[in-house]
Design a binder for this molecule. Structure first.
Ligand code: ARG
Length: 448
């Protein structure tokens, strides 16, 4: 995970690591140890009332002033051994010392690996902080979290390296876990002030002024994350840019056309006729392994571009929502695409957009609406009275909501019965249900 923007609040009351001062206070008139104030960096006192010797009663130890003569002892031992064994013994000792040295050397040299501190065992770096104890007492599962650099960026040791925490799926209780793994008790985070991170600058429209919007036709820079996914040069589906190389779309767009080489992606454009717009090749396609073509469950896919996009005011990523982030029913969000402007019509040459309020799954599952086919990982948006909706060709494209000035990808256009019909609003794949899936695919790709 690569993190660009990081906002950090203190995790716990600051701890002063450099000089720890221990103070021992006693009533002044009582006889006893003197008041000793000692910093960790202070040189130890030569001899004092609380010296190491006195503490361990070494003062009472009697040490004989005369040591036995070592040479005399050696001569005595040698005289006991027959002389003919002498060379064998010497060679044996040398061999033993050599074997010990080589053995120890091999054990100490854990190059590229991690050496358990309490034994000479070497374990793979990836086994460190992997949640399973590999060293004695699971000591390899400690020191897995750190605050790095001047800004105290939260980092976690995982998959053999320190990685900066990405906030996309951060939850409040992780603050307690992170604090606990740094040795702070739960109360250390009772302030509720947690680390917040934003892993990429996203969801902002640069230099976009809403006054140029006329009707439903979009202007450049209005939906800079919008992508046109084209199969053999023909627009088939929409997509949303989330990083320089990843575009989110719908599984039904790619399921039967699982041919990365036949797809191109166009970004930073409004009119499909305006060529040449920058056209990107596709390196790989990943659709959800539990995608259900019949019921359109898990209708989500990712396309990885062959090369990274250069962001500018016409090309920008949209933010993913945070896990458990809630977008209330009735909130007005926006959908965009080059889809048909009437049911059964052709794809539109220009990018259109529409405001669509979110509809609760309960209402959307009403027997007069979709009668129970809307699963919790789907989301409805539009009008029960009809008239405004996404349509064929908009699939895979974004349903975005603005939260504190930032645009977030809340849904991916999935299906509907007809388009803009009464009681048949648009159905979108609920992105908050697939954050782990998206992160896992992107992280797996990073590791390969
Ligand atoms: N499945 C359609 C597509 O492939 C999108 C349908 C959206 N329909 C709707 N009524 N909102 O483009």
């Amino acid at each position: 995970m690569h993190c660009g923007h990081v906002h950090m609040y203190s995790l716990a009351p600051s701890t002063f690591w450099g000089h720890r001062h221990y103070e021992l206070e006693v009533e002044p008139n009582l006889r006893g140890p003197e008041i000793v104030t000692m910093g960790e960096n202070d040189p130890p006192a030569a001899e004092g009332p609380l010296s190491f010797r006195s503490l361990f009663g070494l003062d009472n130890l009697k040490i004989s002033p005369v040591a036995p003569d070592a040479d005399a002892v050696a001569a005595q031992i040698l005289s006991l051994l027959p002389l003919k064994f002498f060379p064998i013994i010497v060679i044996g000792i040398i061999a033993l010392v050599l074997a010990l040295a080589i053995g120890l050397g091999v054990h100490f040299d854990c190059s590229g690996k991690y050496r358990c501190r309490s034994s000479f065992k070497c374990i793979e770096l990836t086994a460190r902080c992997n949640g399973a104890p590999d060293c004695k007492d699971g000591e390899d599962e400690y020191r897995c979290v750190r605050l790095s650099g001047q800004n105290a960026v939260l980092q976690v040791f995982t998959a053999a390296a320190w990685r900066t925490m990405c906030s996309d799926d951060w939850q409040g209780h992780h603050a307690n876990v992170a604090c606990a793994q740094m040795g702070f008790p739960r109360e250390g985070c009772a302030s509720g002030r947690a680390v917040t991170l934003q892993c990429t600058a996203c969801g902002l429209r640069r230099n976009y002024s809403s006054r140029i919007v006329g009707g439903n036709v979009s202007s450049l820079m209005q939906w800079p994350w919008q992508a046109s996914l084209q199969f053999q040069g023909y627009h088939l589906c929409g997509g949303s840019i989330i990083t320089p190389v990843w575009v989110v779309t719908a599984a039904h767009c790619v399921y039967d056309l699982y041919l990365p080489k036949s797809w191109t992606i166009q970004v930073g454009l409004v009119s499909l006729l305006d060529s040449p717009a920058p056209s990107q090749l596709v390196e790989k396609i990943i659709y959800h392994s539990k995608y259900k073509p019949k019921r359109l469950g898990n209708d989500i896919a990712l396309m990885k571009l062959a090369g990274p996009l250069t962001f500018n005011e016409m090309i920008q990523p949209v933010c993913l929502p945070n896990s458990e982030e809630n977008f209330p029913d009735g909130k007005t969000c926006w959908t965009s695409g080059w889809g048909a402007t009437e049911d059964g019509g052709d794809a539109s040459p220009v990018l259109n957009h529409a405001a669509v309020p979110l509809i609760s799954n309960k209402i959307c599952n009403h027997r007069d609406v979709y009668g129970g086919i809307i699963s919790p990982s789907m989301l409805c948006a539009g009008y029960l009275k009809g008239g405004v909706d996404s349509c064929q060709g908009d699939s895979g494209g974004p349903l975005v909501c603005q939260e504190r000035r930032v645009w977030k990808l809340v849904g991916t256009t999935s299906f509907g019965i007809g388009c803009a019909e009464a009681n048949k609003p648009g159905v979108y794949t609920r992105i908050t249900s697939f954050l782990d899936w998206i992160h896992e695919q992107m992280e797996r790709d990073l590791k390969t």
